[in-house]
Design a protein around this ligand. Sequence first.
Ligand code: AHM
Ligand code: MG
Length: 335
Amino acid sequence: MSRINQSLGEFIIENQGEFAYSSGELSRLINSIRLAAKMVNHEVNKAGLVDITGSVGEINTQGEDQQKLDVFANNVFIQTLTNREIVCGIASEENEDFITIAGSNSDHKNKYVVLIDPLDGSSNIDVNVSVGTIFSIYRRITPLGTPVKKEDFLQPGNLQVAAGYIVYGTSTMLVYTTGHGVNGFTLNPALGTYYLSHPNMRFPEEGNIYSVNEGNYVHFPQGIKDYIKYCQQEEGNRPYTSRYIGSLVSDIHRNMIKGGIYMYPKSSKAATGKLRLLYECNPMAFIVEQAGGKASDGETRIMELKPTDLHQRVPFICGSKTMVEKAEEFIAKAK
Ligand code: AHM
Ligand code: MG
């Protein structure tokens, strides 16, 4: 039973049953993420005050300019998880390869791997728009006691044990699932404690918000163009409202509360879209589905895709169930 005003720490203790194979490891892992998120939050909040915004002058693995806060967040999450010896490996959107964590006894005894996008939407930092962290947790599939391998990270989304995001917005929220629904916690900055503010979050079945970068319209496949036109037609509860922050976590968070669809389709400029299957789409898909919504690449359920590469990109459509189904209908029709 969830109680309002319950802290995240209390919630984790009282809901141990949620944590499969409850050796306490997964709850300690979520605890470490919540701690790292507080450190990142502190830094993000003072971004306008100190000389920490802007580019660090390096290019990350996807050829994008790395922002200083990206680097900071990446280090904080990796160090927090490494120092606490909770996981056996970490893959980050900011690192080309995964990191193996042997543990102080070099016994490779931990069973979870974490995949993380430490600071998503970081180009928004300079203009004071919200950003997020996204994480995904799996049990390793290679034997305990041996170093992790790439295959431990290349698991389909439907094998995720937990996933979550932190949105650094007007308030900071941590939202996560362990496969038993979705709960949202808001950080009280004065106390440094997250409180259960959004118990059992549910995507409305139907909504009236569509979120897509329409600047790319001419490059979209016909099915997506047709669906966008459908969103704009006057009929029933349409035209829908267009809302696009350009910060995945915030766009999906809003749609989960108000009802809506988010799309980052493939285009003639980007054949597989922009978003990364492992660091962005799978964790968000797990949360969206656990909240009663739907997530697909336009044809196939995101969580059933078999990853082939750590930094693989896929088209991503998610949100209120009936809206995603309608978009899929248009895509199928245009084929
Ligand atoms: P990032 O991981 O480099 O920050 O990029 C991901 C972000 C998402 O948060 C957002 O939905 C999308 O990129 C916006 O891209 P675009 O500016 O092409 O619309
Ligand atoms: Mg990202």
